[in-house]
Design a protein around this ligand. Structure first.
Ligand code: SF4
Length: 252
């Protein structure tokens, strides 16, 4: 297998979601997804348009992007990350492996992560479905932020069994579970999600993330979000409500 991968972007920014919110990270964004949530235009791997170029930030945080032809080889990615870490020491907390759904590239990640992890800790952002792929690279991860995808927000059937298996594998790698909630989210979806989390470890943090509408407004009232938090608190030790901060803060 080649050691090159189609990427959308490599850049430096703050983490805009989850428990590491506000910390500076280096982001490696992979193309395409394995599902099609109704609020997202990423597209499935087999039908998505793979970009001809990856946008690479030349200096971290300076927004001086260059277009580099896809796929990018591991050596190029390593050179970027090592140079940034050398020139901007102590700035970045970790390297975020994100998408789309990065576990679609588990074969590539199995080659890349042993080389990347000595540079900075590795933070995986994932929809929490591809558990077999997760098991292939679990040894090379330091943090996992996984979704539980609700039918009420995705417009898809639930992935309850997959999420349970996924979290069982993720449990040793500082997992955080994120759930996007909307005005359509019924109580039972939160209860069921929390039962799954509690069956693994009730101290695993849960983040309820209000859906952001295309116009930038939240897709759920604050009152309803608080009700959903109250439900989650019956099952779990730590449930936070954190919106997608980069959607209104101007960060990438
Ligand atoms: S899992 Fe994430 S990337 Fe995939 S379709 Fe849903 S929102 Fe988009």
């Amino acid at each position: 297998m080649s050691d090159s991968a189609e990427l959308t972007e490599i850049f430096s920014s703050i983490q805009g979601e989850g428990l590491l919110i506000g910390l500076r990270q280096l982001f490696i964004r992979f193309c395409a997804c394995n599902i099609t949530c109704q609020y997202c235009d990423t597209g499935k791997l087999e039908s998505a348009t793979i970009p001809a170029f990856c946008m690479v930030e030349n200096s971290p945080g300076k927004r001086d992007f260059s277009a580099e032809p896809n796929p990018l080889p591991l050596n190029r990615v390593l050179m970027l990350l090592r140079n940034w870490q050398r020139d901007y020491p102590s700035v970045h907390h970790s390297i975020s492996i994100t998408g789309g759904e990065p576990l679609l590239y588990s074969g590539i990640l199995k080659k890349w992560l042993p080389e990347i992890r000595p540079i900075l800790p590795v933070y995986l952002e994932t929809n929490g479905i591809l558990y077999e792929e997760l098991s292939m690279i679990i040894d090379y991860l330091d943090y996992i932020c996984m979704d539980i995808k609700l039918p009420s927000t995705t417009g898809l059937a639930g992935f309850w069994a997959e999420h349970r298996f996924f979290l069982q594998i993720a449990a040793t790698k500082n997992p955080v579970v994120k759930i996007v909630v909307s005005s359509e989210t019924p109580d039972w979806e939160i209860s069921k999600s929390c039962e799954i989390i509690a069956s693994v470890d009730k101290s695993i943090p849960l983040i309820l993330q209000p859906l952001t509408l295309p116009n930038g407004n939240p897709g759920i009232s604050s009152r309803r979000t608080l009700e959903l938090q109250e439900i989650a608190c019956r099952y779990l030790m730590e449930t936070r409500i954190i919106p997608q901060t980069h959607k209104f803060s101007g960060f990438l």
